[in-house]
Design a protein around this ligand. Structure first.
Ligand code: NCD
Length: 309
């Protein structure tokens, strides 16, 4: 098993064994991720952080990860301030950025953009989200969170709720949970259900899958409740968004109906989906989940650049 020089565009680029290896190495990174230990594994290395689409956690945790490893970061979060504005293509931006770095972390609104970038770049490309496509590092930190909080990935009944059509985090996570034979419930209004090609792929992998439109029906039987935002920016018609906005809300009365040790996850940002009163409850795992992005990305960067095995 080697990660050196590899692009990480989709979670499908990794086998189950490789995923578990990343999670184990991420566990080793936790003290340095918190800043209680020093780490210089990536000293002298530079990561280009190319964010063509808004981001808070993904970009900050990628950059924190590289800095906690002693490496440097260049990049942009406002593509309008780059030559893109002058009409430069993604391919040329990538071929330029790689002259200045050892690894690229990128996010782009177009599905398939990270794969394209990986074809042009000689340096490894890590996808931080390509449109409604993939989000492999989010998936790894989601799996890391489930394993850490629940003790294992496979022995859980996991509900993915919200915008399963346009949400890239749930596309990656559904696939990965299937790899681990978890029991999965997709909860969404009909028009935002999981795309059939994702469902078929999960079923072919032997996943136990069921579908619901109401959270109340299954809440008492869940180990993990993974809540997502309705992806307003990906709706071709704003009217369609208005029909589903605010459709699900996890609040204290709902949490009362759940198992006591359920965990509530969310890739964040949340808009209406989780009442802020839930934040103080031990079941609210979403900010712990956001932290986990740092050790997981530290492990992945170090593996791909050969700092660890
Ligand atoms: C998600 C994303 O960008 O796909 N956020 C994240 O990366 N943590 C979820 C979202 O935007 O709803």
């Amino acid at each position: 098993m080697t990660f050196v020089g590899r692009d990480i565009v989709s979670i499908k680029d990794l086998s189950k064994e490789e995923i578990l290896h990343v999670l184990d190495r991420a566990e080793d990174m936790v003290p340095a991720a918190r800043g209680t230990e020093q780490n210089t594994l990536m000293q002298g290395k530079i990561m280009a952080s190319l964010f063509f689409e808004p981001s808070t956690r993904t970009r900050l945790s990628f950059e924190t990860a590289m800095k906690r490893l002693g490496g440097g970061v260049v990049g942009f979060a406002q593509p309008d301030a780059t030559s893109l504005k002058k009409g430069e293509t993604l391919a040329d931006t990538i071929r330029t950025a790689e002259q200045y770095c050892d690894i690229i972390a990128m996010r782009h609104p177009q599905e398939g953009s990270a794969r394209l970038a990986a074809e042009f770049a000689q340096v490894p490309v890590i996808n931080g989200g390509d449109g409604a496509g993939h989000h492999p590092t989010q998936c790894l930190l989601d799996l890391f969170t489930i394993r850490k909080e629940k003790g294992s990935i496979s022995d859980n009944r996991v509900a993915l709720i919200g915008d399963l059509k346009y949400g890239r985090t749930v596309h990656s996570l559904a696939y990965a949970l299937s790899l681990f034979q978890a029991d999965i419930v997709f909860i969404a209004p009909q028009q935002l259900q999981m795309p059939s090609e994702v469902v078929e792929e999960c079923q072919e992998m032997g996943a136990r899958i069921s579908f619901e439109t109401q959270l109340e029906t299954v809440i008492d039987d869940l180990d993990v409740l993974y809540v997502t935002r309705i992806q307003k920016e990906r709706f071709p018609d704003p009217e369609e968004y208005n029909k589903v906005v605010g459709i699900y809300k996890v609040d204290l009365p709902l949490l009362e109906m759940a198992k006591e040790d359920v965990i509530v996850m969310h890739p964040l940002p949340r808009v209406y989906e989780i009442d802020s009163q839930v934040d103080g409850r031990p079941q609210a795992a979403y900010f712990r989940q956001a932290f986990n992005g740092v050790p997981v990305r530290m492990a992945l960067i170090s593996l791909v650049l050969g700092g660890i095995k």
